[in-house]
Design a protein around this ligand. Sequence first.
Ligand code: NDP
Length: 455
Amino acid sequence: MSATASAAPARDRIDAVYAEVVRRSPAEQEFHQAAREVLDSLAPVLAARPELAEAALVERVCEPERQVLFRVPWQDDAGRTHVNRGFRVEFNSALGPYKGGLRFHPSVSLSVVKFLGFEQIFKNALTGLGIGGGKGGSDFDPHGRSDAEVMRFCQSFMTELYRHIGESTDVPAGDIGVGGREIGYLFGQYRRITNRWEAGVLTGKGLSWGGSAGRTEATGYGNVLFAAEMLRVRGEDLPGQQVVVSGSGNVALYTVEKLHELGARALTVSDSGGYVVDDKGIDLDLLKQIKEVERGRVKDYAERRGTSATYVAGGNVWEVPADVALPSATQNELDIADALALVRGGVKAVSEGANMPVTPSAVKVFQDAGVAFGPGKAANAGGVAVSALEMRQNSGRDSWPRERVESELAAVMRDIHEVCRNTAERYGAPGDYVMGANIAGFERVAEAMLAQGVV
Ligand code: NDP
């Protein structure tokens, strides 16, 4: 194959596809950013594989198969009525049922859901587990809401969503603001409305009612394993490395857990109020108590931890120098100035636990400085991979031991790392995991779409 054979016309075509994305979906900045990043990798593929260009596969993959927007009315504990907006974008089902989480956060918009759903197509393809791409959520803010309010909201949300999902159609899971509590309320309402025990309709369930061992931990664990692989091929080891982690939710917590299990030291966690730096390494038992039991803030951690921990209100976690950085909070949380600070501090590897946390200009800083950079669609695919394993267990009415799930997760992460690395090399960009992930994910989806005709 000649990867550069007719790269110029292929690049023109890519630019035209991007222009059409922007024209059709104006003001959807996050979606534009995610589309641009993938499209920028694809010119060499179109140049080398004209059959994919002729079938307009890039054009088709940028357009969701279906988008659902709906009203979610609910009442708070004082009896006041609120109205939120619900979303489900079913982006691509060439490889399997739509699969991707639900996000409850005030910043959720159609643009955010489309960016996440678009990324999910390629991420899910990289897992090799037969799942399509989708995403959903609401601009509902669960912070400060009682359990009863969250339950009423989830019930109202599912009262519309249920007609669009199913174990062979579309299988949502958690994301920001949607954890085990919310999945429980959503599953309960789905079961009530449909009168079916259809465990495979949602993932991230509790262990006694169809959940998988290791699902809660999977995204954070998987990202640490991916970072360890990136270091390994550079002749470095994870044990002993100092690591800066952002966020303090599901992904961040289990990132810290795996880092410590493997002998590295997590120095920080953060939330939207500020960050904590703990010279002795984050005390995970204390952090879990505050975040998972008390639903508190990282400020509380610093107050209770003692002298090794400092809380920096409104601070920027990337000012802490470290060997490895694992952004695990939200999109665009690490920009160019942060990347320059990390590079000055001697960072060797950056791996995205969150989706698109590193801005394109910051990615370029890392790549130009020779820092290993793992994009989220590869590095945080462990969560959706174990969700796919949960679906397998559900379809066989089975429950696997934790060791089996963890060893399958480790194998999937190693495989994704290898596929990204080999694909980047094949297309003349050795060490570029962004190119590798985008191309390998796209090729898998595009080949399936090509085989299935114009649908
Ligand atoms: P959680 O809701 O459990 O935690 C999110 C964390 O990020 C919280 O500490 C939150 O702080 C912080 N955060 C969220 N939004 C902002 C913001 N706008 N500014 C600053 N901090 C913010 O979510 P998850 O841990 O599940 O998800 C984190 C990231 O990982 C997301 O990008 C998600 O898409 C991605 N991801 C998650 C997967 C999963 O399995 N859960 C799978 C793959 C990717 P605060 O409480 O102050 O808002």
